[in-house]
Design a protein around this ligand. Structure first.
Ligand SMILES: [Zn+2]
Length: 420
């Protein structure tokens, strides 16, 4: 057995206790209520809503209850209760009616983990609904510039601009909630990238890059997913220095961090499903990149690679290489806003198409497949919106019966996406 593998086995046997306790229920404003719990470590959580009677359920893996939880509360919450079985704590929020809720987030406070669920009253619903959380990871940043373009643009700047463009499209489209792994020129370690995505409750994780290659002729976009197999075949050929670096990276996990490597061994089925979903998501994004007239394709299938930032056990994760900054054409394309916008658009449409085919129950996308519901923002113009979603201005006007009337902030328009 090589040193690398025995290292992982050692880690898999070493699972700390993780006790969960009730914290509080508080009103955030007139409409929103926050239910919170305390944990010792960031956890794997499956959350969903159920009907008849209405309730929100959180299954928190590898945890024990510190003490019994049963708290009565006011409308719309009847009570909060929890029980533990075989290392899974099930938290149930019993409700008087259907509500809007947000995926639970785990935030760090004084080395402890606060698990929070936000609930919003909504009398009109026939089932509880939540947004899909998309984690957007702009590659590199801060002291790591990434590749340098033949025109001197830096990968870390290109990735952040594409990430922000994607964030903008998702943010104003009903049913999506984008979260940025980094929002500015910040240094973030690889560990922190996927740890952040988990804490933010991500449903999927998209990492954006634009790397370089020693041959300047190599160009085009490609999409990657991570697999243990790709990782171990790479690991076998690693230099000692690189291997030490990876082990140091794993050791660098903070006490409250989630250990993806040991969980992968505990829950092989969850991991297998994640790889399958990553491939489906990656394929949808790649399909869109292939339709983009500005962007050439480097690899026509989704590739496996050892990008550790994608190694979450359960969050479908893909890495999009927008092109090669070492190729003059790609560098010029990614220097311009239209070029970057096309990458963001392909990712956006790929994500949307993925969720249409692989819907999550209790989300808006599940019920609303042909149309996007977009809220006009200050400064928006129809021609730009049309480009961002890959439709014509004319089709937006017809769908919404706008004619030559001006659009205004706050206006909701429908973007018809059929046949994309
Ligand atoms: Zn990169």
């Amino acid at each position: 057995m090589n040193k690398f593998i025995s290292f992982f086995i050692f880690f898999s046997l070493f699972i700390d206790s993780n006790e969960i306790s009730f914290n509080e229920i508080k009103n955030l404003d007139k409409e929103s209520i926050e239910v919170s719990f305390l944990l010792e470590k960031v956890s794997l959580i499956k959350s969903y809503s159920l009907k008849d009677p209405s309730r929100i359920v959180l299954d928190v893996y590898e945890t024990d209850l510190k003490e019994e939880i049963i708290k009565k509360y006011n409308y719309p919450i009847k009570q909060v209760r929890a029980f533990s079985e075989e290392n899974v704590t099930r938290i149930v929020i019993d409700l008087y009616e259907y509500i809007n809720w947000a995926k639970p987030v785990q935030s760090i406070k004084d080395e402890a983990v606060m698990l929070k669920v936000e609930i919003k009253k909504n009398k009109k619903l026939e089932e509880s609904l939540r947004d899909i959380v998309v984690a957007i990871d702009a590659g590199h940043g801060g002291k790591y510039p990434g590749a340098v373009g033949t025109n001197n643009i830096l990968e870390k700047d290109v990735t952040l601009l594409i990430a922000k463009e994607l964030e903008r499209s998702l943010k104003n489209t009903a049913g999506f909630h984008p979260v940025m792994v980094r929002n500015n020129d910040e240094t973030v370690s690889l560990n922190d990238r996927y740890q952040r995505a988990r804490r933010l409750g991500a449903d999927i994780f998209v990492s954006i890059h634009a790397d370089g290659f020693r041959l300047s002729s190599v160009k085009g976009a490609s999409v990657y997913i991570w697999s243990e197999k790709a990782s171990s075949s790479v690991a076998e050929n690693l230099s000692d220095r690189k291997r030490q670096q990876i082990q140091a990276d794993i050791k660098n996990l903070k006490p409250y961090d989630f250990n993806e490597d040991s969980s992968r061994e505990l829950y092989p089925k969850i991991y297998k499903e994640k790889i399958k979903q990553s491939q489906a998501l990656g394929t949808k994004i790649l399909d869109q990149l292939k339709r983009d007239p500005y962007t050439k394709i480097h690899k026509k299938n989704v590739e496996f690679a050892d990008f550790r930032v994608l190694k979450s056990i359960d969050i479908p994760s893909v890495l999009v290489e927008s092109g090669f900054l070492t190729n003059p054409e790609d560098a010029e394309r990614l220097k311009t806003k239209p070029g970057r916008r096309m990458i963001a658009r392909s990712i956006f449409l790929g994500i949307n198409n993925y969720f249409i085919e692989n819907p999550i129950e209790g989300t808006l996308i599940n019920n609303n497949t042909d149309y996007l519901e977009y809220t006009i923002q200050k400064g928006d113009v129809l021609s730009e919106i049309a480009i961002r979603f890959g439709v014509t201005v004319e089709s937006i006007k017809v769908t919404n019966n706008i004619g030559d009337n001006p659009i205004y902030p706050g206006q909701i328009i429908y973007v018809y996406l059929r046949n994309l």
